[in-house]
Design a protein around this ligand. Sequence first.
Ligand SMILES: NC(=O)c1ccc[n+]([C@@H]2O[C@H](COP(=O)([O-])OP(=O)(O)OC[C@H]3O[C@@H](n4cnc5c(N)ncnc54)[C@H](OP(=O)(O)O)[C@@H]3O)[C@@H](O)[C@H]2O)c1
Length: 257
Amino acid sequence: MAEQERTILVTGASSGIGAAVCRRLAAPGVRLAAHARLGEDSGDNPALRQVVAEARERGADAHAFHADLAATGAGDALITDVVAHFGDLDQIVSNAGFANRQIVGDAARAELDRAMALMTGGFFDLTSAALPMIKASRVGAVVAISSFVAHVFPKDHLFPTTAAAKGGLEAIAKALAVQLAGDGVTVNCVAPGFTRKDPTGHSSMNEQAWKAAADATPMGRIAEPDDIAATVEFLLGPGARHITGQTIAVDGGLGLV
Ligand SMILES: NC(=O)c1ccc[n+]([C@@H]2O[C@H](COP(=O)([O-])OP(=O)(O)OC[C@H]3O[C@@H](n4cnc5c(N)ncnc54)[C@H](OP(=O)(O)O)[C@@H]3O)[C@@H](O)[C@H]2O)c1
């Protein structure tokens, strides 16, 4: 088995960071399960279709999967579909998510539930269902995309419901890292700072807010999706085989100020 031969599930792959991760990982020998939510009914999501086509051009055996991962049971069903299609599963990049800028007092309780259902519950469901395959894999690894919003709280950039969901995600990831360490499986989080959205992405900020985000970042710019994808690629590769239970900030120094 070649070093890079493996089956990888990337959730939220239709745009932004997830699409950039697919572009980085797509290579001969890689079986790539690219997931998004939209298209669940029709089986089609043009943005995801494009990501899959690009991955195939790069030599990967890529296939599109659709599921609303906020729904209980959807994560289990997605893992079942991926394994039915590819026959196995080695690595997961749990990236599907969104941000909500509503502060406490403005956000309804339902917004907290929605964030927790996708970003904490979805991660829990996916990893629970994939556990036997990941443990049995020679290159088992999980990377979850968290966020700066769970670590720094600049007055003008508060995302309390998103922060709660990402904080829960990171706690599960750390527990899972210890649980799977004896099996040689690594579990890590990447916490992006403000990161450029694709036109097809879901943005909670207007142009002015993005400008303020770049100004608030010590490196003077927001991240490109590929800045995040590069760290994900490293964490899934042999160079990171002794790194587990960590949250790596890729934020241009935002967490320092
Ligand atoms: N961009 C930033 O500034 C930033 C900063 C920190 C952390 N992050 C985190 O990075 C991750 C990716 O962000 P992004 O900016 O690249 O986002 P994006 O371009 O808006 O993409 C989000 C992806 O998640 C999927 N998704 C959303 N809701 C879903 C649901 N209920 N079930 C299944 N899939 C769902 C979307 O699928 P559809 O297109 O089909 O809806 C899409 O593929 C998120 O977890 C986000 O919290 C982003």
